[in-house]
Design a protein around this ligand. Structure first.
Ligand code: HEC
Ligand code: HEC
Length: 321
């Protein structure tokens, strides 16, 4: 943040300098060429730099000004059932970013910004064990982080705010908190968090990253578990398929955040349910071709049979099958 303030201050100084230069050129007594050419050139540069300052400022404001409502006042019981359920979802949903080699404990420490093609700063996954950020977070603050994507100080969590966990049921969100608290306390060098640079601020300010979904303040209940499209959609939510392949799995175009992601419906509807389950568990398609790197099939391979079957029914239903 300090570096960003210095950078903004330098940019503002450049804008002022250019504005003064513009005025000076405009007042030049010697020759129309210098007067017009100089004033237009310096004037344009002033505008360009002023625009950069404005957009970067907008991005920094979005990142660093607290905008959240107070965290809810709630207490998670931490029953064995909650811990088990939370562990299941965490293994599918959270371990990929917060786990060490995608495993427990969720001690974090990975810079997710390293995967973004542009150098925007760092977005380091948090240490979600009692030895990390958990020790000074209330259950309500954790609930707000998972459901709404806000940190303890009420500022936006850049990456979490884009994740689909705001659609997780209240029960599943509480189960996750129960599981996180049940982990062994693990000390790490960093607790994680966001540290975007000026380029990141400019890209955020210019709206180059997808805007988070609106906050849902109502209680959320999950559809009953069963092999049907409705429950399958819920699986596709916490399984992150909808996060990458689009809310209705129609695929997503390339953006500042990464390459285009294909529409999985046509290919899945040519597979039987068994072939789908087999593919998701092994990472190898029925043709013998492996999923490319970008497709995190290992998360899906941890789903139980009912969840994978429901996922299949959901994808088929989207393909009109
Ligand atoms: C795509 C990677 C990714 C996934 C998946 C992910 N996280 Fe995060 N998480 C992050 C990053 C990065 C941060 C640091 C802040 C930010 O950029 O959002 C973070 C921060 C957090 C925080 C905020 C800690 C604090 O400071 O208060 C919580 C809580 C959290 N994650 C919980 C979860 C849970 C629970 C899941 C699974 C349901 C999950 N995360 C899945 C990347 C991820
Ligand atoms: C992190 C982003 C990401 C997530 C999460 C994700 N996918 Fe993918 N998926 C990809 C990418 C990238 C590809 C392949 C790109 C390529 O072929 O180069 C892919 C490929 C696929 C394909 C093969 C498409 C084809 O034409 O060969 C299927 C099927 C698929 N995903 C289904 C799923 C399902 C089901 C889930 C949820 C369990 C899921 N994906 C979660 C990124 C993702």
């Amino acid at each position: 943040m300090f570096g960003n303030i210095v950078a903004i201050a330098i940019l503002v100084a450049i804008v002022v300098g250019l504005a003064l230069l513009t005025r000076r050129a405009w007042r030049a007594k010697r020759g129309a060429w210098l007067k017009w050419g100089g004033a237009i050139l310096a004037g344009l540069l002033t505008l360009v730099f002023a625009l950069v300052v404005f957009v970067a400022g907008k991005g920094l404001a979005a990142m660093y000004i607290p905008t959240s409502e107070p965290a809810p006042n709630l207490k998670v019981e931490g029953t064995p059932e909650q811990v088990a359920r939370g562990k299941y979802i965490a293994y599918i949903g959270c371990a990929g970013c917060h786990g060490t080699k995608e495993e427990f404990p969720l001690a974090g420490g990975f810079d997710l910004a390293a995967d973004i093609p542009m150098p925007i700063g760092s977005l380091v996954s948090a240490n979600l064990t009692p030895g990390g950020v958990l020790k000074d977070r209330t259950d309500g603050e954790l609930f707000r982080a998972i459901r709404h994507g806000y940190g303890k100080d009420g500022t936006v969590l850049a990456l979490m705010s884009l994740m689909p966990y705001r659609q997780l049921s209240d029960d599943d969100t509480k189960a996750l908190i129960a599981f996180l608290r049940s982990q062994p306390a693990t000390q790490t060098q960093t607790l994680g968090g966001d540290n975007i640079n000026l380029l990141g601020a400019i890209l955020v300010g210019a709206g180059m990253f997808p805007a988070p979904d609106p906050v849902n303040k109502n209680p959320i209940t999950a559809p009953a578990k069963g092999v049907n499209p409705e429950y399958g959609k819920y699986v596709a939510t916490f399984g992150e398929c909808r996060g990458c392949h689009g809310p209705n799995l129609t695929g997503t175009p390339a953006s500042a955040a990464g390459d285009a992601i294909p529409d999985p419906r046509p290919i899945v509807s040519t597979w039987s349910r068994d072939q789908f389950v087999q593919t998701m568990r092994s990472g190898v398609k029925p043709t013998g071709q492996a999923f490319p790197q970008g497709m995190p099939w290992k998360n899906a391979s941890r789903m139980d049979d009912t969840d994978l079957a429901a996922l299949y029914e959901y994808i088929r239903s989207l393909a009109g099958k």
